[in-house]
Design a protein around this ligand. Structure first.
Ligand code: HEM
Length: 156
């Protein structure tokens, strides 16, 4: 069960990245061309947000009761969370940065509901999604990251 949840959390990273990339490219093109906002744009932004929110829920579960959860892990004697690269990353940096990214995605998606010109909608959504993607890239435990690296795909 626990392994399955981590695998799903790992896999959803790719869903978010792909949906964000598509949202970013489409918003930019629509902003520059001045085309109208469509039901397809609305659906794409909604799915991007849902994938982020599901990952958030899985992340909270990992943070609390996962392999290295705050409630299930005893910090070794003499180790300070903020001075230890591993604990600082998984208990502080990763959750906080990802939460910021998910808030940005939610605000970006929220543009679809606003009574503002479509060009402004696309421009704002483009910026929020782009910053969210950059934050996600910074906060993912990529395999090359020393001490905190995790597999690119679940179960690798
Ligand atoms: C866009 C959002 C997020 C993405 C893309 C993401 C991505 C990842 C990835 C790729 C891993 C490595 C999984 C593995 O070991 O196979 C991971 C682990 C983890 N994530 Fe996230 N994460 C996100 C949000 C969050 C949030 C919001 C939290 C906490 C509130 C969180 C908590 C954790 C924890 C505790 C682990 C370590 C799990 C373990 O190895 O047992 N994540 N995350």
């Amino acid at each position: 069960m626990q392994t399955g949840l981590v695998h799903l959390h790992n896999f959803l990273r790719w869903v978010i990245i792909i949906l964000l990339l598509v949202s970013i490219f489409k918003s930019y093109a629509a902003w520059k061309s001045g085309r109208s906002f469509t039901a397809g744009d609305k659906r794409l932004w909604l799915f991007t947000m849902i994938s982020a929110h599901v990952t958030l829920l899985l992340g909270i579960a990992q943070l609390l009761v996962g392999r290295f959860g705050i409630l299930t892990t005893r910090v070794p004697e003499g180790v300070s969370v903020m001075k230890d690269k591993f604990f600082r990353f998984f208990w502080v940096e990763h959750p906080v940065l990802m939460l910021i990214a998910i808030v940005l995605i939610t605000i970006g998606r929220g543009q679809s509901k606003k009574a503002i010109p479509d060009t402004v909608k696309f421009k704002k959504a483009f910026l929020f999604f782009l910053i969210a993607l950059i934050v996600i890239f910074l906060a993912v435990p990529w395999p090359f990251r020393v001490e905190i690296g995790r597999p690119l795909f679940p179960g690798m």
